[in-house]
Design a protein around this ligand. Structure first.
Ligand SMILES: *[C@@H]1O[C@H](CO)[C@@H](O)[C@H](O)[C@H]1NC(C)=O
Length: 216
């Protein structure tokens, strides 16, 4: 009897350890990611047509789990593990609504070439790791499924262990220069205390940094 209780205890510990790995941990907050925007819109009654379509395809649960667009064993192998056309879902069937190639995902205005821009990444658990921010190349079309080759080769920001303030990582950096119109920012949060990584797609609309400054 004592021995079988021991086995049960070990199994429970293993199961909770595994749950610890797959539990959700964060997403882009500003500029807001698709998944977090649809979560804030309310998965039961999303207001934007793109979130309505995403919920219709994926169901509501994906959006309550907005902070777990992850791959537990990624270890930097993002391009190997995530197929073209599935970048926003990280290849997770549950999140497939995020991959919808539509022009009406609500985009956040972002000045192009602005220094010291305060990006924010909301985290429901803190981890050691680095954040790579990629932007789409010129010619990006939101109506065409997103491929790895649509992203610029190098991240425009790569920050390790940024400060966490009130539940959000504060990532200060220069926004991509020479950009205008619709683009997408793809953020990969690769943990260094675990092979797990998190992925997010933020729709943005680049404005001219100077004109934005002169109106504020
Ligand atoms: C980003 O920084 C991390 C930590 O220094 C590094 O391991 C990684 O290779 C960098 N990413 C790129 C694309 O250079």
């Amino acid at each position: 009897m004592g021995r079988s209780w021991g086995v049960v205890a070990v199994m429970v510990l293993c199961a909770s350890g595994l749950l610890g790995i797959v539990r959700g941990h964060g997403s882009m907050e500003d500029p807001i990611s698709r998944v977090y925007r649809c979560r804030l819109e309310n998965p039961e009654r999303p207001t934007s047509p793109a979130c309505q379509a995403a919920v219709a395809l994926s169901g509501t649960q994906a959006f309550y789990d907005w902070n777990e667009v992850n791959i537990p064993n990624a270890a930097g192998r993002h391009r190997e593990l995530i197929p073209d056309g599935q970048l926003c879902s990280a290849g997770r069937f549950k999140f497939r609504g995020l991959d919808l190639a539509r022009s009406d995902w609500i985009a956040t205005p972002l000045p192009s070439g602005a220094s010291s821009f305060p990006f924010r990444y909301i985290a429901t658990a803190a981890h050691l790791g680095f954040f790579e921010f990629y932007v789409t190349r010129e010619g990006y079309q939101p109506t065409v499924p997103l491929k790895w080759a649509d992203l610029e080769e190098l991240p425009f920001i790569n920050v390790t262990n940024p400060p966490l303030v009130s539940g959000s990582y504060q990532i200060t950096g220069t926004t991509p220069s020479g950009k205008s119109g619709s683009h997408l920012i793809y953020v990969i949060w690769q943990r260094t205390d675990s092979p797990e990584a998190f992925y997010s797609c933020s729709d943005v609309y680049f404005t001219d940094a100077l004109s934005l400054h002169s109106t504020t």
